[in-house]
Design a protein around this ligand. Structure first.
Ligand SMILES: *Cc1c(COP(=O)(O)O)cnc(C)c1O
Length: 412
């Protein structure tokens, strides 16, 4: 396997480390193949919002496995998941399940292009929308971590249809918009970005995207693969009160199994085959095992609505971290929404990818290595977000802070 991994960020190459191989997980904890225990602040990049190996989800998977793992045909459980999602995210009038977040954004883009009969896409620097050809232009996440903003292998003829501009910058967006508006199919954005570190969109910026796309007949796609069911039941669109045309989902909705979904206005979704001419398909789409896990997790979070609790837990972790860093004279800033958070080694919170790149790399790498060496599993890149689960109790937060205090007191 190239780099020893099946997804680049797992390699830890950028912090001078090696990939960690895990064997099991439970609640807030991960256990590696050498027997080390970690408090997990990645949560499989989002899905483990109720902790690892939740008994209800494990049971649901077991029960479904005995009934069959795939039929290549419709099942009632797909409709259950679709209804649960629709209930929480009202902008989704119709939905289609896929197998990953990448498929969800890829299919949303095709649908937007087919529906509008236009080619151009605007995205934002540092937002990551999966490894889709049209969207790997100035992308975030591993692409930033390894300094590969524009991957080789994407035809120039395709790349020229994607324009990328600065996140949270209204003036720059309007300038780019003016230059392509006649052929603009869609604007795609992470309304709460989690792939350039954790950088929420400004509400005014997001409102402008909504107004301008509506007036221009272009599709506004919210990529909520990460923020969906992570920041609140209704996602970032509920937090900001902005209604997109299409939404891409993934991560949480699969309960830890491979799932994605995209949905939105019925009029647009009805252009998909077999109702309309725009083609999209998948052998394992709506796979019953994945739907069983997703349905179990969605039911748990709908019952519990854990977002306020998650946010206040993250806030107390981060404000204590701030105190520790302040007394050591280390520049630090942080923020959180629901079960997502971020921290940066900088005095002020970054607003876009340029700000994030300027935050201190040297302290980040030393701090991260020390944390991981001491059983605190934070994301190994400043271009990734943090995630907290309902299984992170005061005990885990206290343990985390004790270790961080020790690391910082030793000198970094
Ligand atoms: C993770 C992610 C994707 C890609 O999802 P995969 O399941 O890894 O293909 C797309 N968009 C956002 C915002 C993501 O965080």
């Amino acid at each position: 396997m190239p780099g020893g991994v099946n997804s680049p960020v797992r390699a830890f190459k950028n912090i001078g480390g090696n990939p960690i191989f895990f064997e099991k997980a439970s609640g807030a904890y991960l256990y590696d193949a050498d027997g080390n225990e970690y408090i997990d602040y990645i949560g499989s990049w989002g899905p483990m919002i109720m902790g690892h190996s939740h008994p209800k989800i494990v049971d649901a998977i077991k029960r479904q496995a005995e009934l069959g793992t795939s039929y290549g045909a419709p099942t009632g459980i797909e409709s259950d998941v679709a209804s649960l999602i629709k209930k929480c995210v009202p902008s989704i009038e119709k939905i289609r399940m896929v197998n990953s977040g990448t498929e969800a954004t890829m299919s949303s883009i095709r649908l937007a292009r087919g529906y509008t009969n236009r080619d151009k896409i605007i995205k934002f620097d540092g937002c990551y929308h999966g490894h889709v050809d049209s969207l790997l232009i100035k992308a975030g996440s591993g692409v930033l971590t390894f300094g590969l903003p524009d991957s080789p292998g994407i035809p120039k003829d395709l790349a020229k249809h994607t324009l990328s501009c600065a996140f949270n910058n209204k003036e720059e967006f309007l300038k780019v918009f003016e230059s392509v508006k006649d052929d603009l199919a869609a604007v795609i954005v992470e309304p709460i970005a989690g792939n350039m570190g954790f950088v929420p969109g400004d509400i005014d910026f997001l409102k402008l995207l909504r107004e301008v796309t509506t007036a221009n007949g272009s599709i506004l796609i919210f990529d909520e693969v990460m923020s969906g069911f992570r920041v609140s039941l209704g996602g970032a669109q509920e937090v900001f009160g902005i209604v997109p045309d299409l939404t891409a989902l993934g991560k949480v909705i699969g309960g830890g199994l491979p799932v994605g979904a995209f949905g939105g206005k019925q009029e647009i979704m009805d252009q998909l085959a077999p109702l309309g001419p725009i083609y999209q398909a998948g052998t394992l789409s709506g796979n019953p095992l994945a739907m069983a896990a997703g349905s179990a997790l969605l039911n748990l979070i709908i019952n519990e609505n854990p977002y306020k609790g998650l946010e206040s837990k993250a806030a107390s972790l981060l404000s204590e971290m701030q105190n520790i860093m302040d007394s050591a004279g280390i520049p630090f800033s942080s923020s959180q929404i629901g079960g997502m958070f971020g921290f940066f080694f900088s005095e002020t919170l970054p607003k876009n990818i340029d700000d994030v790149s300027k935050t201190d790399d040297d302290i980040f790498i030393k701090f991260l290595n020390a944390c991981i060496g001491n059983g605190i599993y934070f994301a190994p890149s400043k271009y990734e977000a943090g995630f907290i689960s309902t299984k992170h109790t005061d005990l885990e937060i206290e343990k985390t802070l004790t270790i961080i205090k020790k690391i910082i007191n030793k000198g970094i």
